[in-house]
Design a protein around this ligand. Structure first.
Ligand SMILES: N[C@@H](CCC(=O)N[C@@H](CS)C(=O)NCC(=O)O)C(=O)O
Length: 123
């Protein structure tokens, strides 16, 4: 039974990832100077995510469309970044955006809030 649930979950995860790849659309275009400035700002951001989580997919899509080179770290079992997320943010829940600003670190949960934050800052 556990195996069947795992199989269904992996299958659904695969479908989500594939559908995302096929329907992503286009990246935002900027002048080279603008993109360089955005790239610099994106260095202070890190997304902790699960590959097949729909909320993470939604967040990754926004990141792709906004053309942001944000580092993505897997929070999956066995990943070295899982502990980092738990220690820093206080729990393992994804998506979670780590925002570093003026030496301060903020951990932002909730896909809706993360997407809104990125759109307000980079759209
Ligand atoms: N409302 C949240 C839902 C996120 C969520 O439920 N993520 C799941 C993975 S799909 C998770 O991390 N679950 C672990 C937990 O909640 O402790 C969002 O939109 O980001």
């Amino acid at each position: 039974m556990k195996l069947l649930i795992k199989l269904i979950r992996n299958l659904l995860g695969g479908i989500i990832v594939l559908a995302d790849l096929l329907t992503r659309g286009f990246k935002k275009k900027r002048t080279p100077e603008q993109q360089q400035a955005v790239n610099e700002q994106a260095k202070d951001l890190t997304l902790y995510h699960f590959a097949a989580c729909p909320f993470c997919t939604k967040t990754r899509r926004a990141i792709y469309k906004l053309n942001l080179p944000i580092e993505k770290r897997s929070a999956a079992q066995g990943s070295p970044y899982r502990q980092e997320l738990e220690t820093g943010a206080g729990r393992v829940k994804a998506p979670c955006l780590r925002i570093e600003k003026d030496g301060q670190v903020e951990w932002m949960f909730e896909s809706k809030e993360i997407v809104r934050y990125l759109e307000q800052r980079f759209a």
